[in-house]
Design a protein around this ligand. Structure first.
Ligand code: FE2
Length: 428
């Protein structure tokens, strides 16, 4: 007797009428039209079942702090950084944990069951590090939280920066972070990349750096990051986050850079909501979009994922933990409106992001964890279009969250009814 059987599911790869058999928290079988006894059977009625969403780039130490101690009046990156500096001395572990746990509730409800969060290591007390390690422990039964040691103020620029990262890693932080474009000089930025990659190699850690988060076409730390990944044998273990300067780089230089990134096995994370909001702010018109070159990176064979980056914090007052909103914005900013492009945007918040995080047991195949989402949509295109309701969220075979279907009751002259904004089924 199976624990759970999903029938009549559509999968992200387009297969329809599929059954997903679940036993002991894992997927036992994915096959067409299976009818087997199960403790619980759910008829998906042709709707999409997808592996859970993954956010590979977030700042959980700042989330839901919007308005503390004041609102970002200009809405710019620089005022956001200044505001975070004002907030940091006021942070308490209890309040930080409470906000992070509240965000994790939002995430689970949206089918987002794995998050890589950067945690600021600039404060030598490592208060935020300890708080998020505690959050990681508390949410472990329902959400995979991966921590990145992130020197927001610059690892070389601030005294004790290197030591703070070392101590954060000693305490159990998973990934080495960095912010080379925020160091004092280009040379210091490159030195920080080398130093941090060597630290990761020596400790067997992954790397994920905020890299070239500016509109400066000459900010080229991604080149150093790719070179160091290759030199140290870290292929597949290094990620460059944001890489917005690539938007503004010279095309000839990019034609040389893309193969280097691909050969070095460095993944790239774009953060569409934040990049389109914060970049190009020194421009008049035309204004640059500022997001990295997503389709070109993908075409070069680079693993590209999308992150949420911020939700209701000093940098960004919007957001609700909805990775479909992230994919929706990514699709628009990158003009990825081809059928293949839309599906790639869906993969950027699911499978590609899972690869960045090295998640084990991820996917919709026999042997994978039974961690998936039933969406009120018939395929990934519709899921993004509607930022579809997550009807049911499962992790390792357990139901974690349910949301009623989005439906409006209509009261129209002579033809009362209902609509859910889903694509009308075409007959004949
Ligand atoms: Fe970030």
């Amino acid at each position: 007797m199976l624990d759970l059987l999903i029938t009549h599911a559509t999968l992200p790869d387009g297969r329809t009428g599929m059954s997903i058999a679940v036993q002991d928290g894992r997927i036992a079988e994915v096959t067409e039209g299976l009818a087997a006894p199960a403790h619980e059977t759910i008829d998906a009625q042709g709707l999409l079942v997808a592996p859970h969403f993954v956010d590979p780039h977030f700042h959980m130490d700042a989330t839901l702090s919007y308005g503390l101690p004041r609102v970002n009046q200009s809405g710019t990156l620089l005022e956001g950084i200044a505001l975070w500096g004002e907030l940091k001395p006021l942070l308490t572990a209890d309040a930080l944990i409470e906000r992070a746990l509240a965000y994790c509730d939002w995430a689970v409800a949206k089918g987002l069951l794995a998050v890589r969060t950067h945690v600021d290591t600039s404060d030598p007390s490592l208060l935020a590090v300890d708080a998020l390690l505690e959050v990681k422990r508390q949410v472990a039964p329902y959400l995979d939280l991966q921590l990145v040691a992130f020197p927001q103020d610059g690892v070389l620029r601030s005294p004790g920066g290197v030591d703070n990262i070392e101590r954060a890693l000693d305490r159990g932080v998973d990934v080495v972070g960095g912010i080379p474009h925020f160091e004092r000089t280009m040379a210091d930025g490159a030195a920080s990349v080398k130093l941090l990659c060597e630290m990761a190699a020596a400790r067997g850690k992954l790397v994920d750096m905020h890299c070239d988060e500016s509109d400066d076409p000459l900010s080229r730390h991604i080149e150093t990051l790719a070179f160091e990944a290759q030199r140290l044998g870290l292929q597949g273990r290094v990620t460059g986050s944001h890489c917005t300067s690539m938007h503004s780089m010279d095309n000839y230089y990019v034609s040389k850079l893309l193969p280097l990134i691909a050969q070095s096995g460095v993944a790239v994370i774009a953060n569409p909501l934040i990049n389109i909001t914060l970049q190009g702010r020194h421009d008049t018109y035309p204004k640059r979009r500022g997001m990295t070159r997503v389709p070109e990176l993908m075409a070069a064979g680079v693993n590209v994922a999308f992150g949420h980056d911020c939700v209701m914090d000093p940098w960004y007052g919007m957001g609700s933990g909805d990775m479909l909103e992230v994919a929706h914005m990514g699709l628009h900013v990158a003009q990825m409106t081809s059928q293949a492009g839309i599906r790639q945007c869906f993969e950027a918040v699911t499978t590609n992001a899972a690869r960045v995080m090295h998640l084990e047991g991820y996917g919709l195949a026999a042997g994978c964890d039974a961690s998936f989402v039933l969406l009120q949509a018939r395929d990934p295109v519709e899921a993004i279009r509607l930022r579809a309701t997550r009807l049911k969220v499962f992790r390792k075979g357990k139901l974690l969250a349910e949301t009623p279907a989005a439906t409006a009751s209509l009261h129209l002259a002579g033809r009362d009814g209902a609509t859910s904004w889903m694509t009308p089924q075409r007959h004949g």
